[in-house]
Structures are given as structure tokens and as C-alpha cells.
Design a protein around this ligand. Structure first.
Ligand code: PLP
Length: 408
């Protein structure tokens, strides 16, 4: 079956992802099984989307009940699941209004369109950071601060400037009379789990206030409790004007959310705007919304956000002895962690995609031993397990990981 799945994939699908020759068949909790029956312990949750693991019973119940009740009516009517999810985000976040769509890029597009309205036709420029990732759509690709994402798609939409992450003077210097937005990840994810310095986000908030700019926190990776706060900006006691969410808040279903402070969100108000400013036919469909709302209920009921902090500290304590002994640094917060590896011998830097690069090599060896982790930027291992992982499962995964790192 797996051969035929892969053969048919190769025949009928675009080959835009480099995939392992594995066909995954079933998931339960933190485990996955492929079609040969091999089991995997999942410490990456499908790029963070499986926030509560695979087929969590409460989420299965929520989606099953919703599937038997109502799927979709379109946004000309109200539905309870949408309202419930929006309310949960405001409860755990800030005094904002939510707009629902399907993905992280989609949510950032909405945020950037809202910012255009804020600029009132006079200001449209966006400052984002080098090494960032904000999506691959025509509005978000130019914001993404990685050349490899943009190459081949020029000409890019104009109006974007990139500054080094953690460099407040560079932001200040980049601001011009047409600037309207600073877009930033509270913790850079795809860029290699790069942490902000303690003054960075408060400094950005202050600069935005000073120059009347909107601060957009892209919380597509970090939102939903993964870092030990419901939303990562809360670690630094700031409130953005807009935050964008996806991945974990959908638990594996396509959900994108743009939550804007109400004074900004009101620019999307059709009564103020004189018509519909932005829309998505299936955005806010009942199935995705019921799942999103149930996820926030489980996070709160089971105290999983605090647990993310505890487990993150446990991981750090267990891997710390390897610093200087196979790894160079451990970064991150809660269950969003990056493990920096030394570059391959003989090179100070590993060019993207080079075979024999430390990160992908370790990922492959872990996978052979039934452990799923990820590597980004070639020398950073990423761990983003489900928040529901047990101590025993975590120990099992870390034992394999340590063994693999030590055998390099
Ligand atoms: C911080 C951040 N923003 C936006 C995106 C784009 O999200 P999506 O792939 O759901 O469009 C990603 C994807 O990895 C991301 O990490």
C-alpha cells in the first residue's frame, strides 16, 4: 500500500515537498504509525499544528458532534462555534476582535490589509526582520526575511524593508513617513528558534507608539500556549495591535486567525468601511471553529500552558549536559525549543540543502529509531511536542535524541 501511495503521489501531485518514503496511517496521542506498522514518537506535532497530539478524545468529540450538527453556512449568518473561539482568544489574549481564515499566511495577509486601511492611503510600508518567516503568499513572501523563499518570484510586492532581529536602532532607522507596520515573530521559528532580547519587544512597542505604527506579532508558531503563555508576547508584558495565529490553534485543521485590538479592528467594520474590506468563504467554518474552541477549553481545563513551561524546563535540564558535547546551545521557551549543533567538520557554515548537514542527519537517524523531530537552517534541531505529552514519553524521546547526538 505504501509503495502504491508514494507512486501515485509521484504521478499525480506536485513534488514541491521533499518527503520521507513513509506513509503515515494512524495517530494517537504522541504516537504515529506508518503503513508497515512501525511506531513513531512525535516530538514535532506536524510543524506545531498537533498542539494536543493526535486524535485527542475531547477534540474528536467536539468535531464529531459538530459534524453531526452543522458544517458551514457562510458568513452572512452567525454561528456559535465562531463566536466561542473569538471569545476564548479575547479571554486569554487582549481586548481584540478576531477574523477567521485558514492558515498563517492567510492571517498575515488579513493583518497587512488592515494595516493598509490604518495607513489611509498615505502610509503602506512594512518593516519585518531578517531570518523571519511570515508565509509564501504574494503579500507575505516579501515580508519573509529569507532570500530562499522569495527567489524566482520577483518582482515582489514593493514596500517591505528587512532589519536584523533584535536590533532596535535598525528599526528606528528604517522608519520613514510611509511606514505603517512593524511585523515580528515574538520568537523566530523557521529562522532557528531565535529568542528576543528582554528589551526587544517592549522596545518595538515603544517605537510603534512613538511613530504611530501598528505592531503585528506573528504568533503562528507561538500562539496557543506552546511557549508557556497563551500567546508568546505575554512573556514580555506587551500588547500588540494585531496578532496572527494558525497551526496549533487549529489542532491540525486549517485555521488562521487575525486578532486585532478593537480600535484597529473597527477599520474592517463594513459599516465604517462602506463595504466588505476582507473576506473568506470558508473562514470560520463550524468544524474548524468547534475544534479551535475545544482546544482552548482543554488547555485551560488541563492546565497545559503551565505544563508547557515545566516540560520545557525538564527538557533543558536533561539536554544541558550535552552543551559543549555535541550541541552548542539550547534556545526557546516552553515546548518550543531549538538545539543548535556545531557546523559540520571543515565548514564554518552549512549551505542550505547540503547533504551531510548536522541537523537533517540527526533527524534522519532519530526517525530510523522511531522518533520524529525537525531541523531548520541545517544546524538547529527543533522540538515542538504536543502539550499533552507524558513525562515517560518525553523521557523516552530524549533518551533516543541524546543517544543519536552523542553518536555523531
Ligand atoms: C511565524 C509564521 N508565520 C506564518 C507562517 C505561514 O503559515 P502557513 O503555512 O499556515 O500559511 C508560518 C509557517 O511556518 C510561520 O512559522
Amino acid at each position: 500500500m505504501s509503495d502504491s501511495t508514494i507512486a501515485r503521489h509521484d504521478a499525480y501531485m506536485t513534488i514541491n515537498y521533499g518527503r520521507y518514503p513513509i506513509v503515515m496511517q494512524r495517530g494517537e496521542g504522541c504516537r504515529l504509525w506508518d503503513t508497515t506498522g512501525k511506531a513513531y514518537l512525535d516530538l514535532f506535532s506536524g510543524f506545531g499544528a498537533g498542539l494536543l497530539g493526535h486524535c485527542h478524545p475531547d477534540i474528536v468529540k467536539a468535531i464529531t458532534e459538530q459534524a453531526q450538527t452543522l458544517w458551514h453556512v457562510g458568513n452572512l449568518m452567525h454561528t456559535e462555534p465562531q463566536t466561542r473561539l473569538a471569545q476564548a482568544i479575547a479571554k486569554h489574549g487582549f481586548d481584540g476582535r478576531s477574523y477567521f481564515c485558514h492558515a498563517g499566511a492567510d492571517a498575515n495577509e488579513a493583518a497587512l490589509k488592515l494595516a493598509r486601511l490604518y495607513g489611509k492611503g498615505k502610509r503602506h510600508k512594512i518593516i519585518s526582520t531578517l531570518g523571519s518567516f511570515h508565509g509564501r503568499s504574494f503579500g507575505t513572501m516579501p515580508a519573509t526575511g529569507q532570500d530562499k523563499v522569495r527567489q524566482g518570484f520577483e518582482p515582489l510586492t514593493p514596500g517591505y524593508t528587512h532589519v536584523p532581529y533584535n536590533d532596535l536602532p535598525a528599526v528606528e532607522k528604517a522608519i520613514d513617513p510611509q511606514t505603517v507596520v512593524v511585523l515580528v515573530e515574538p520568537i523566530q521559528g523557521e529562522g532557528g528558534i531565535i529568542m528576543p532580547t528582554p528589551d526587544y519587544l517592549p522596545g518595538l512597542r515603544a517605537l510603534c507608539d512613538q511613530h504611530d505604527l501598528l505592531l503585528i506579532c506573528d504568533e503562528v508558531w507561538t500562539g496557543g500556549g506552546r511557549t508557556g503563555q497563551y500567546f508568546a508576547h505575554q512573556h514580555w508584558n506587551i500588547v500588540p495591535d494585531i496578532m496572527t495565529l494558525a497551526k496549533g490553534v487549529g489542532g491540525g485543521l486549517p485555521v488562521g486567525i487575525m486578532c486585532a485590538h478593537r480600535r484597529v479592528a473597527d477599520l474592517f467594520d463594513y459599516r465604517v468601511n462602506g463595504g466588505v474590506a476582507h473576506a473568506s468563504t470558508l473562514g470560520g467554518n463550524c468544524l474548524s471553529m468547534a475544534v479551535g474552541a475545544a482546544i482552548f477549553e482543554v488547555l485551560e481545563r488541563d492546565n497545559l500552558v503551565a505544563r508547557a513551561t515545566t516540560l520545557g524546563q525538564q527538557i533543558y535540564a536533561k539536554l544541558k549536559p550535552l552543551i559543549g558535547n555535541g550541541i552548542t546551545e539550547i534556545r526557546g521557551k516552553g515546548l518550543f525549543l531549538g538545539i543548535e549543533l556545531p557546523p559540520a567538520p571543515g565548514s564554518s557554515e552549512n549551505a542550505p540543502g547540503t547533504p551531510g548537514t548536522p541537523g537533517p542527519d540527526i533527524v534522519n537517524q532519530c526517525m530510523e529509531r522511531g522518533l520524529l523531530i525537525n531541523a531548520t537552517q541545517n544546524t538547529v534541531l527543533r522540538l515542538a511536542p504536543p502539550l499533552t505529552i507524558s513525562d515517560a514519553e518525553l523521557d523516552e524521546g530524549l533518551a533516543i535524541l541524546k543517544d543519536v547526538i552523542c553518536s555523531q
